[in-house]
Design a protein. Structure first.
Ligand code: DGL
Length: 258
């Protein structure tokens, strides 16, 4: 089989990675996609590095075995924990990770104040500290661990009163005490609560999401490896999940954002 015709696999701890998948589907509509969410083991962000690495390697191996032409780790947490291992294991396909979109936020104006919302693991890990170090002289960065937030999205809840109250508890101490210029959604579940974040932050705050940049990186890597599918019929999206009852929600989240 021509390798170009194989699907692109996406992996996340749950349904959040669909915020990255949707950007890929918009940019590369002729590709076939296989999305696996590990909702049975979610959240990853409050687990140990070792647990997350083990889960990510196990699921990546299963996806690879099905025959894929690229692997996208559509999870900031799993990327921090396992991207180096995955790249050294799967040298014959592009392996793409995601990190909080701090770069465009830090460079958007002279010395902006930027909140980076992410999981406890992401803000704790070396990968994030290296990223912070890179932009330390360009922006005031406030890392904000948001335990409990992804669970709402896993339940398909994106802007009810409890979601707003959780976001308000997290963000209000910063929004009320200083001028915040930007918020980075550094977990792939959070773009689904972006309208609620917007309501609290107001229109003057810019919101950044790593999904579009990750989709462009996927296109770049497929192009450079001669793996891009040519024009033709629109591709397919297949959802799999360690909690099968999440498939319907997955389809809904994708359809709502295309
Ligand atoms: N979607 C994941 C991320 O981008 C993490 C959510 C979780 O499992 O805690 O970090």
């Amino acid at each position: 089989m021509d390798k170009k015709n194989l699907p692109i696999a996406f992996f996340d701890s749950g349904v959040g990675g669909i915020s990255v998948l949707r950007e890929a589907v918009k940019l590369l509509p002729y590709e076939d996609y296989l999305f696996f969410g590990d909702s049975a083991n979610a959240p990853y962000g409050t687990k140990t590095l070792q647990e997350i690495r083990q889960l990510t390697l196990t699921h990546a191996h299963r996806l690879y075995e099905t025959g894929i032409k690229a692997l996208v780790i559509a999870c900031n947490t799993a990327t921090s924990a396992a991207i180096n291992d995955l790249r050294s294991i799967y040298t014959d396909i592009p392996v793409i990770g995601i990190e909080p979109a701090l770069k465009p936020a830090a460079l958007m104006s002279p010395h902006p104040t930027v909140i980076v919302m992410a999981t406890p693991l992401t803000v704790r890990e070396k990968k994030f500290h290296d990223l912070l170090g890179h932009y330390a002289d360009k922006a005031d960065v406030i890392p904000l661990a948001c335990p409990g937030l992804m669970e709402f999205v896993e339940q398909g809840r994106t802007d009810d009163a409890e979601v707003i109250s959780c976001l308000s508890d997290l963000l209000s101490p910063y929004l009320s005490s200083r001028t915040v210029d930007a918020i980075v959604l550094g977990c792939t579940h959070y773009p689904f609560v972006e309208p609620a974040v917007r309501k609290l932050a107001g229109n003057h705050v810019r919101i950044f999401d790593g999904g579009p940049g990750t989709a462009r990186e996927l296109r770049r890597r497929l192009t450079e490896n001669g793996l891009l599918h040519g024009c033709g019929n629109p591709g397919t999206v297949t959802f799999k999940n360690s909690l099968p009852e999440k498939i319907e929600l997955s389809e809904r989240l994708l359809q709502a954002s295309l």
